[in-house]
Design a protein around this ligand. Structure first.
Ligand SMILES: [Mn+2]
Length: 154
């Protein structure tokens, strides 16, 4: 088990010069949002995860303001190379239409539980905390989380 609880329990950081410390999560993964003008316009949100791109189609796009919920329909995992794809999918092919990269950047996982994924995005357009909440079957809701006030400032 990984954690600093035992380390912290044994020490009083007001009295010892030892570092209180925090768990360092230096793993940075990429995300992309592709604007996909297919038969129906939608935005494909993809997270680099476990060697693939976990993917959701969001008809109304990624929410930009806290509190707005957007339906995000999980679709099949895509290959990591798809993160750079921009182009025309020919008529008659699956998803025929135009794909353009709408935003890209890196993300961190803040919290992962069954049916819940809390992430922080750091892109060119999108930034801050988001949550993906599983509702049923392939349906998830994507919500921009409200900024958390810095607890250390008094
Ligand atoms: Mn698509």
């Amino acid at each position: 088990m990984i954690g600093l609880e035992q380390y912290k329990e044994k020490r009083s950081f007001k009295k010892t010069p030892e570092p209180e410390g925090r768990i360092v999560n230096d793993k940075k993964y990429r995300f992309v949002v592709q604007r996909h003008q297919a038969r129906q316009l939608h935005y494909d949100f993809r997270l680099e995860m476990e060697g693939v791109l976990k993917s959701w189609a969001i008809p109304k796009g990624v929410p930009l303001e806290p509190g707005i919920k957007r339906l995000a329909v999980q679709v099949e995992d895509h290959p990591v190379e798809y993160i750079d794809f921009s182009g025309e999918i020919p008529d008659g092919q699956y998803g025929a239409g135009t794909v353009r990269i709408w935003d890209r950047g890196i993300y961190e996982i803040d919290n992962e539980e069954p049916g819940y994924l809390g992430i922080t995005l750091n892109g060119e357009k999108l930034s801050g905390g988001y949550a993906l909440i599983h509702t049923d079957k392939k349906n998830w809701l994507m919500i921009k989380r409200k900024p958390v006030r810095d607890m250390n400032i008094e």
